[in-house]
Design a protein. Structure first.
Length: 253
């Protein structure tokens, strides 16, 4: 399959670990130039950029942090100055936080503790999409892949705020596709289920993983590479006419 990514520029946000890291690697393997968006771990981003071809101008580490209003503007501007614009955006970054305290009722949780989480993640992602669209429109080609979660559809105890942010991406995508009518720019979502990132492996004991596998039709939990493969397809020329859709990567859940 020809993904048509040779010479294309891809910005992957939240690219130093887990799904973002695997996604950056997947696009680089197909010949794309990859901008590696990082929030705080500059050393990890630089190391990944070097591995993916920074010396040959094939990779670039760019600081990108949701919650800092000007950060998306600076990151996209840096990529545009270096490579002329973003062809593919994989919006994977997410600020952590806003878990409802164990045992606390939803109505008792102070908005000061969760409202910034909802605002920063939502506004930052939408702003980033705004910034990459002009170049895509000019070129008559572009791909936007928003990383959501099965939590948007299935829910999860204590994750009301996370679910709100991820669900919002669905309404955003379904509406944005109409504004992009006839432009050659396609917008889609990837919704992973439980994914065995290093953080999840460290935090989730094997007995709990076994329980998750038992209720997953495929009998397997995601690897980051499984989610990256879905993002790669939706963000490539192999996706010729899929837009406003959700691709669930959750083993049948």
């Amino acid at each position: 399959m020809d993904f048509g990514l040779a010479g294309r520029t891809v910005l992957v946000t939240g690219a130093t670990r887990g799904i973002g890291n695997a996604t950056a690697r997947a696009f680089a393997a197909e010949g794309a130039r990859v901008a590696i968006g990082y929030g705080s771990d500059r050393a990890a981003a630089q190391a990944l950029a070097e591995e993916l071809g920074a010396a040959d101008d094939r990779a670039l580490a760019v600081r990108y942090r949701l919650g800092e209003p000007d950060s998306p503007d600076r990151a996209v501007a840096e990529v545009e100055e270096r490579w002329g614009g973003v062809d593919v955006l994989v919006a994977n970054a997410m600020m952590p936080g806003a878990l409802r305290p164990r045992g606390a009722r939803f109505e008792d949780h102070d908005p000061a503790e969760w409202a910034p989480f909802v605002e920063q993640n939502t506004v930052g992602t939408l702003r980033t999409v705004q910034l990459v669209l002009p170049a895509m429109r000019r070129r008559g080609w572009g791909r936007v892949v928003l990383v959501s979660s099965v939590v948007a559809r299935l829910g999860k105890p204590g994750r009301e705020y996370y679910g709100t942010v991820k669900s919002g991406l669905h309404g955003f995508a379904r509406s944005l596709v109409w504004d992009l009518h006839g432009t050659g720019v396609l917008v889609n979502l990837v919704s992973p289920g439980l994914t065995l990132t290093p953080e999840v492996r460290a935090a989730l004991p094997e007995d709990l993983r076994a329980g998750e596998r038992a209720v997953t039709p495929s009998g397997a939990l995601n690897r980051p590479e499984d989610v990256a493969a879905a993002a790669l397809f939706l963000g490539s020329a192999a996706n010729g006419n899929i837009t406003g859709e959700e691709l669930v990567v959750a083993g049948g859940r």
